[in-house]
Design a protein around this ligand. Structure first.
Ligand code: UD1
Ligand code: CA
Length: 458
């Protein structure tokens, strides 16, 4: 039986107090809506989820145009049933329809798979949850046989009904044909004068269609985000859940509460991560790496046995096995370090490749460069890559030795095994195997007198 998914995302999100549409706010580095779209896509890769958008819809659409979805506009937000009605013409007439919310980001693929498999084909499925505090949610009404008979919204509920702690998550599984039949029967005769999708339940019960309910393992999965406090709470829940998963897979987190993963992160076993480490975007960390405290890795691939020391920032880089980086290093996009290379404190590298076992240990700027293997870059070396208009390349051959405090004015090439004397400003190519240096001659003045201060100044 085919499955289509509708994601409702047209609500205003007033309580965020934000100029940014709610579903674009980020959780774990990704917009809320993207979490839900990816989960929906994981259920059936061949069918695009239908996203109902409305409030500031063009902004949502253009910010997320990389997502593989069918966008459907709901121009006026007249309620959840009205929202689903807008999507219906974009769905196949047969099969089943799963309804999700764009602001309920952490629903798990596994929970949904179980829900879909366990819901009989002829039944209406609903995910409910027991909440410690059910305030604000629709309450599940069951009869004496414990069968679900309806949902009452909080605003329409009496005191007895408000005491019920089983709530409607808003996630339903319904056959396309039932949906087509029932949606037109839903009215807006209620406290909010909205077309409530929750009325599906009573309509099913009325036709003696069984209502099947399922519950998530952890109720946080189904929590929606209405304000920034809830956003922060779910962010913490996400981080704790992810940290737990990593630790159970063989990653040591010295403090799982001081670790943040925001993106698509994969970490091999026996990696040790110290406190206050942030991983963003696409990050891949190989076996036995050690990540020091206060470190940011964004879109980075680390080989095995890489040692990233405290307070380093790596962005858009590929680091080979057994490299050592930091403390206080900054590695910028386009950097590729081959195995066993060393980058030390206060070194910045941008758009450069560095060969095997090359050392850049102190206070250097390397930009737009190609550096060979076994090169030693002395302290304070600067590649002058920018002439104010264009960027130019510096090339340094294998086994070259660059003395401290050298400026390499690009475009320039230093040959293999060349040595550059400390303090040189190199503006022309330095030949292989030779010593090149460019500095004033040292001289000493034998009878020179230091100036002295006048008496009253002492
Ligand atoms: C809804 C349910 C409630 C449930 C709760 C779970 C109804 C009537 N009530 O209430 O039983 O406990 O969700 O979180 O369905 N949306 C649209 N267009 C609209 C209205 C809403 O796209 O016209 C979208 C919103 O963007 C949101 C979702 O539907 O993603 C839910 O809407 P919201 O207004 O938050 O419903 P609740 O009052 O929370
Ligand atoms: Ca809501």
């Amino acid at each position: 039986m085919s499955l289509s998914t509708i994601i409702l995302a047209a609500g205003k999100g007033k309580r965020m107090h934000s100029e940014i549409p709610k579903v674009l706010h980020k959780l774990a580095g990704k917009p809320l809506l993207e979490h839900v779209v990816l989960t929906a896509a994981s259920l059936d890769k061949n069918r695009q989820p239908v996203v109902v958008y409305g409030h500031q819809g063009e902004r949502v659409k253009s910010a997320l145009d990389y997502l593989n979805v069918t966008w459907v506009e709901q121009t006026e937000q007249l309620g959840t049933a009205h929202a689903v009605q807008q999507a219906i013409s974009h769905l196949p007439k047969e099969g089943r329809v799963l309804i999700l919310y764009g602001d309920v980001p952490l629903i798990e693929t596994l929970t949904l798979k179980k829900f879909i498999n366990e819901t009989p084909l002829d039944a209406l499925g609903i995910i409910t949850a027991e909440l410690p505090d059910p305030t604000g949610f629709g309450r599940i009404i069951r009869d004496s046989k414990n069968t679900i008979i309806s949902i009452v919204e909080e605003k329409d509920a009496n005191t007895k009904q408000r005491a019920i702690t089983e709530i409607n998550t808003g996630i339903y599984l319904v056959s396309a044909s039932h949906l087509q039949k029932w949606l037109p029967q839903i009215t807006n005769h209620n406290a909010q004068q909205e077309f409530y999708l929750t009325d599906l339940i009573a309509l099913a019960v009325n036709e003696k269609i069984p209502v099947h309910s399922a519950q998530p393992d952890e109720y946080e999965e189904i929590l929606g985000i209405n304000d920034r406090l809830q956003l922060a709470c779910l962010e913490r829940f996400y981080q704790e859940r992810f940290a737990k998963k990593l630790m159970l897979q063989g990653v040591t987190l010295l403090d799982p509460h001081r670790f943040d993963a925001r993106g698509d992160i994969s970490i091999a076993q026996d990696v040790v991560i110290d406190v206050n480490v942030i991983l963003e975007g696409n990050v891949k960390i190989g076996k036995h790496c050690v990540i020091g405290p206060n470190t940011l890795l964004r879109n980075v691939i680390l080989g095995e046995h890489v040692d990233i020391q405290t307070n380093s920032v790596l962005d858009g880089a590929e680091i080979g096995d057994h490299c050592t980086i930091g403390p206080f290093a900054r590695i910028r996009p386009g950097t590729i370090l081959s195995s066993k290379s060393h980058v030390g404190n206060f070194v910045e590298i941008k758009n450069s490749t560095v060969g095997i076992a090359t050392k850049i240990n102190h206070l250097s700027y390397i930009g737009d460069s190609e550096i060979g293997q076994y090169v030693n870059i002395g302290a304070g070396t600067i590649t002058c890559n920018y002439d104010g208009v264009n960027k130019h390349k510096t090339t340094i051959g294998d086994h070259a030795f660059i003395g401290s405090n050298t400026e390499l004015v690009a475009p320039v090439t230093v040959g293999e095994q060349a040595t550059i004397g400390a303090g040189s400003t190199i503006t022309r190519n330095a030949p292989a195997h030779q010593l090149t240096l460019c500095r004033g001659q040292q001289r000493s003045i034998a009878n020179w007198q230091r100036p002295t201060k006048k008496e009253k100044e002492i």
